[in-house]
Design a protein around this ligand. Structure first.
Ligand code: PMP
Length: 351
């Protein structure tokens, strides 16, 4: 710590990203990327964007991309906000919407960036424990609170909430923003975007990093009614008015238009998830019911940290969280069937 630091930074619990090791032949199942390359149409658009026009600033309002997202999700272009990954969209959301005089509720256990952003933006956070089955019970959010943010499906549990529950949550918080982080929605969940026309306090955040296989491009978006989006635009224009580069805008536009690639790829991941779940259960793991591109699993006879370390020795990387309540668990990204088979073979050596 330095005396030059602001008190906010001195007190900040910075987010610790998952490892991005560079070893060849690694089975990398630790940060929920897609095991498949992105749509060929997206790659072509990115290559085409690498021309002399890169000397020019990109479209500051990313109109083409926002139109494509609006068309895909049947909303108007003014209801779409884009940013550098959903992390940036979430950061702008915290800055724009969640700075209330009352606290912000989110689950304990959940995406740990929420704690970091609450610290960074000086928001009082109230963490609401999951129930005994590691589920979010929206009845626990029924208190005179400020805003709510939660992932659906939740991370790292993978457990989703039905749309009717999300609607109840949004309806029970009139006048307070409810942010649904749908990073993993395309692997079996029900998106709350359908509720946006009905509720002026709902903001839905999604990403191109998972189901569109573009984590390296950094594109995320939010959908909500105009006043919420306008608040995000104000923050963005006060922070970086050109948040998305030309390649990112072009690539993401082509990606969201490639429905055939999207359907085929998410179908493969959902099928692999079912197979991996059954292989893990055969070996004595308890696997939480996942609607995401990862599973959260524990073995009664083996500590999570030890298992993760032994897998690592066998060139298989999974995620382990130190938080006491979930320290038994491993979060395992769904890889290709071949990658999942290598994980299972490594487990057979260590169990
Ligand atoms: N929300 C959740 C719940 C996540 O797990 C992640 C990925 N770490 C993100 C948001 C951010 O994803 P990105 O910034 O790549 O869009």
């Amino acid at each position: 710590m330095s005396k030059l630091w602001s008190p906010i930074v001195a007190a900040l619990k910075a987010y610790v990203p998952g490892e991005q090791p560079r070893m060849a032949d690694l089975v990398k199942l630790n940060t929920n990327e897609s095991p498949y390359g992105p749509s060929e149409r997206a790659l072509e658009a990115i290559r085409a964007a690498a021309d002399t026009n890169l000397r020019l600033y990109p479209d500051p309002v990313a109109l083409g991309l926002r139109e494509a997202i609006a068309a895909r999700h049947e909303v108007s272009v003014g209801e779409v906000f884009v940013g550098n990954g959903s992390d940036e969209v979430l950061a702008h959301t915290f800055a724009a919407l969640l700075k209330h005089d009352r606290p912000l509720l989110f689950p304990d256990i959940s995406y740990s960036f929420y704690t970091t952003y609450a610290g960074l933006f000086g928001i009082e956070a109230v963490e609401v424990p999951l129930d005994a089955a590691f589920r979010i019970d929206i009845a626990d959010y029924r208190r005179p609170s400020g805003a709510v943010i939660l992932p659906n499906p939740n991370a790292p549990t993978g457990i989703g909430l039905p749309l009717a529950e999300i609607e109840r949550l949004v309806a029970e918080h009139p006048g307070q923003p409810v942010v649904i982080d749908e990073a993993y929605i395309d692997f079996g969940g029900e998106s709350a975007i359908a509720l946006v026309p009905k509720y002026d306090n709902l903001l839905v955040v999604q990403t191109f990093s998972k189901s569109r296989a573009l984590a390296g491009l950094r594109v995320g978006f939010a959908i909500g009614q105009r006043p919420l989006i306008e608040a995000l635009e104000r923050v963005k224009d006060s922070f970086n008015s050109y948040p998305l580069g030309r390649a990112a805008q072009a690539g993401a536009t082509a990606a969201i238009e490639d429905e055939a690639w999207f359907e085929a790829t998410r179908g493969k991941i959902i099928a692999s998830r079912a197979k991996l779940t059954s292989e893990l259960e055969k070996r004595g793991f308890e696997v939480l019911p996942s609607q995401a591109n990862f599973v959260f699993a524990r073995h009664p006879g083996h500590a999570g940290q030890t298992l993760a370390a032994k897998l690592r020795e066998r060139a298989v990387i999974v995620r382990h969280f130190a938080k006491p309540r979930i320290a038994d668990f491993l979060r395992i990204t769904i890889g290709t069937d071949a990658e999942c088979a290598k994980l299972v073979a490594a487990l057979d050596e260590v169990l």
